[in-house]
Design a protein around this ligand. Sequence first.
Ligand SMILES: [Mg+2]
Length: 256
Amino acid sequence: MKKVLAFDIDQTLNVAKTPITDEIATLLVKCLDHFEVCPISGQKFDQFLIQIVNRLPHPTAKQLSHLHLFVAQGTQYYRHNGTDWEQVYNYPLTSEQVAKITATIEQAARELGYWEADKLQDGDEIIENRLSQVTFSALGQHAGTEAKYAWDPDCKKRERIVARCKELAPEFDYEIGGTTSINAITPGMNKVFGMTHLLEELHVEKSDILYFGDMTQPGGNDYPVVQMGIDTITVRSHEDTAYALRGILGVIGDLA
Ligand SMILES: [Mg+2]
C-alpha cells in the first residue's frame, strides 16, 4: 500500500486560490489516519493554512503530525511539532534573481498586451515574490474566480509569455499553474526539488507515493512529478480528487 498521498493544491484540492470544501476537508482528515499527507504547491505558507489546515474539522495532534506542508513547490517544508508549525528548511531566491525575474515577466507581458494592471483590485499585485519563486498572476491574487477561469482557459496567453521570458532570461524556468499564473524559478527548483526532499524527510521511496495533480501535461507544473516516475492521478478538479479519495478510503474500510 502507498504510504504517502501528495497533492497539488490549486484545481486539485480546491477551486484555485479558495479554501477546500467541507468534503475534501473531511476526506483529508480521514487520510491522516492512514497516510502521510503532503500538499505541495507554489503558494505561500499562510495560504496553506487558510486554504487547507484551518479548514480541517478538529484534527488531533497525532493527525497533524502526519500532515507535511511543502510550500513554494517544496522549497520550504513545514511540519507540526504538537503545538505549532515549524519550518524544517527553506531555499529562497536571491534578491538579484527576484529583480531579474520580475523585470523579465513584466516586459514579456507588456510586449504581448497581457499586462492587465488596470484590472487589479486596490492593494493587489500581478507579480509576487514568494521567496523561493516569483509568481505572475495575470489578474492579481484577489480577482474573482470566474474572471480568472475566463482569462486563459487554453493556456495560450501564458505559453506566449513563457516563450518570450525564455528569450529574455533563459537562465530561469517558467511553469504554468493555477488559472492565470506563471511560476518562475531557478532550474531544478520545481516540484522535483520538493518531491526529492519529501523522499528524504519522510524516509520513503518513490513507489510509496501517490500524487494528485491537474497540470500533469508537458509544461504543466505537475509534469516534473510524472517525469520522476511517481505514480500520478490526473484530476480535472477537486471533485475528481474527492472521488478518488473516497475510493481509496473505501478500500481501506474507513469511509463512514
Ligand atoms: Mg494545479
